[in-house]
Design a protein around this ligand. Structure first.
Ligand SMILES: Cc1ncc(COP(=O)(O)O)c(C=O)c1O
Length: 392
């Protein structure tokens, strides 16, 4: 079956954050919204069918995970990432970002240090600071146009108070699918210093041809024993509003500390629609996933080629995975506020400001390419005209 990703779907009056918060964030509703990381594609029909099927029963009572939930998750992860996981390692998580916050609360004490690698998905900072832990930045380096980890800096920053490392794999906003060599080295350093690694792998199922997602826990037995991995069908199948994530924790002691926290907070239960949607996504979604990725990659290539020919001052980082493009706009010669303002007011484009991703985000913007191509064509045209007609 061929899926149609060109369809324009009006998201107004659906409480979509991408639309409803434009005014608050950009000061105007008159922008093409290319920010919040959900897709403007139709959530696939097999997800709706699964939800409708569950709705045929007249009672939406307290429910357990359906019998095929765990085998389906296990099979998907084996097929996609060649990782053999055990049933008892997995559990429902009410959101990946909440999961990051739970890890901070369950596995560290106030005043402990938690390491992140900016520029990175901004809630990584919030879950550390809002829980009164000390945030330690281990900034990524750019080598040959792509992010690399800086292990020398990492080793220098670790102290006896460093307890947790939050990894973004694949990386948002850079789209880097970290390789086994890098992850193994990270595991060795963290294990040496008794640091637990929580690996946010929400983008794992969106790696492009020619690249590979390597789950952190698979690179060595050491990595498996010091880590928590968080995954979800939510991003890949465009259903983040359903809350459908899960954790995988091979180490019994870390798992029991984490689960104890979830249970004490009464957070361990999932919801019937998320279970049904997850099973449908993983049983029926691979073809949709592949077609969606092909479409997104063509979108990304379109933006990259357009910028190269028409606005070479803007340098995109080419992602290995997912639908986000990290744009280096330094050569436009504007400061961060001017840049953001220029995109909003002159080009009519609503992108994420780079500085929210922390150090290394200066002069950058993040563009969401998961939309019908015609929207991106319009966006690039508006940007080209804005540059041509401005004396910025
Ligand atoms: C790296 C990363 N983690 C987590 C999330 C959000 O996860 P959730 O909606 O499950 O909290 C996102 C969404 O953009 C993300 O990019």
């Amino acid at each position: 079956m061929n899926y149609n990703f060109d369809e324009i779907i009006d998201r107004h009056k659906t409480d979509a954050i991408k639309i409803e918060r434009c005014k608050a964030l950009f000061g105007t509703e008159n922008v093409l919204p290319l920010w919040v990381a959900d897709m403007d594609f139709r959530t696939p029909d097999f997800i709706f069918e699964a939800i409708r099927e569950r709705c045929k029963h007249p009672i939406l009572g307290y429910s357990m995970p359906p019998e095929d939930y765990y085998p389906t998750v296990i099979k998907w992860i084996k097929d996609r990432h060649d990782w053999d996981i055990m049933r008892q390692w997995i559990g429902f998580l009410p959101g990946i970002v909440p999961g990051l916050s739970f890890s901070v609360q369950a596995l560290t004490q106030p005043g402990d240090q938690v390491i992140v690698q900016p520029p990175v998905y901004f809630p990584f900072f919030h879950v550390v600071k809002n829980n009164h832990r000390e945030l330690i930045n281990n900034p990524l380096k750019i080598v040959n146009g792509k992010f690399e980890m800086d292990f020398d800096d990492l080793e220098k920053k670790i102290t006896s108070r460093t307890k947790l490392f939050i990894l973004c794999n694949p990386h948002n906003p850079g789209g880097r699918a970290w390789n086994a060599f890098t992850l193994r080295k990270l595991a060795e350093i963290c294990a040496k210093h008794n640091i637990i690694v929580v690996s946010d792998e929400i983008h794992a199922d969106m790696v492009f041809e020619g690249h590979k997602h390597v789950p952190f826990a698979t690179v060595s037995e050491t990595a498996a024993q010091i880590s928590l991995t968080f995954m979800a069908p939510s991003k890949t199948f465009n259903m983040p509003g359903l809350i459908s994530s899960f954790y995988i924790i091979p180490n019994a002691e870390i798992r029991s500390r984490f689960v104890e926290f979830l249970e004490a907070s009464e957070l361990a239960g999932g919801n019937i629609f998320a279970y049904a949607a997850t099973i449908a996504a993983f049983e029926k979604g691979n073809d949709w996933r592949k077609q969606m990725l092909e479409y997104v990659l063509t979108n990304i290539n379109f933006v990259v080629d357009f910028l190269k020919v028409n606005i070479p001052q803007i340098k995109p980082m080419i992602p290995d995975a997912s639908f986000l493009i990290w744009l280096n706009c330094k050569e436009l010669g504007m400061d961060d506020d001017e840049l953001f303002d220029f995109f909003v007011r002159k080009a009519g484009l609503g992108l994420n400001k780079g500085t929210i991703f922390g150090p290394g985000g200066e002069y950058h913007l993040r563009l969401n390419a998961a939309c019908p191509r015609i929207v991106l064509e319009k966006a690039m045209k508006q940007l080209k005209e804005a540059i041509a007609t401005s004396s910025y």
